[in-house]
Design a binder for this molecule. Structure first.
Ligand code: FES
Length: 105
């Protein structure tokens, strides 16, 4: 099945070994509107198995998937991505102790 849209995604990741942030860009095919959490899952499964992020209930209740989406704190499992010409920027929260990538203490 051909993708209906393609979404440019920029991840801000954290490398604890070097105590540094770095950025990675991916082009993610969209077959239908999906969540930012599914975008992270797609990148993990298809591009980079080292990507680390939290996920829990998948229903907007537990708060595990709270990250910054386009600069605003949002639940990744609730944020719908429909496909846009603008880059989707995903980054960890600023005010948390980072473990790796999007994982916080
Ligand atoms: S996974 Fe529980 S709120 Fe998103």
């Amino acid at each position: 099945m051909a993708a209906r849209f393609s979404q440019e995604v920029c991840l801000k990741r954290y490398n604890p070994e070097e105590d540094k942030f770095y950025y990675q860009n991916f082009q993610v095919p969209l077959f239908s509107p999906t969540t930012a959490l599914n975008i992270l899952r797609y990148i993990y499964l298809n591009y980079d198995h080292s990507l680390s992020f939290n996920e829990g209930c998948g229903q907007g209740k537990c708060g595990c998937c709270l990250i910054k989406i386009n600069g605003q704190p949002r639940l990744a499992c609730n944020y719908i991505v429909t496909g846009s010409n603008q880059t989707l920027n995903l980054s960890p929260l600023d005010d948390r102790d980072l473990v790796v990538d999007f994982i916080t203490r």
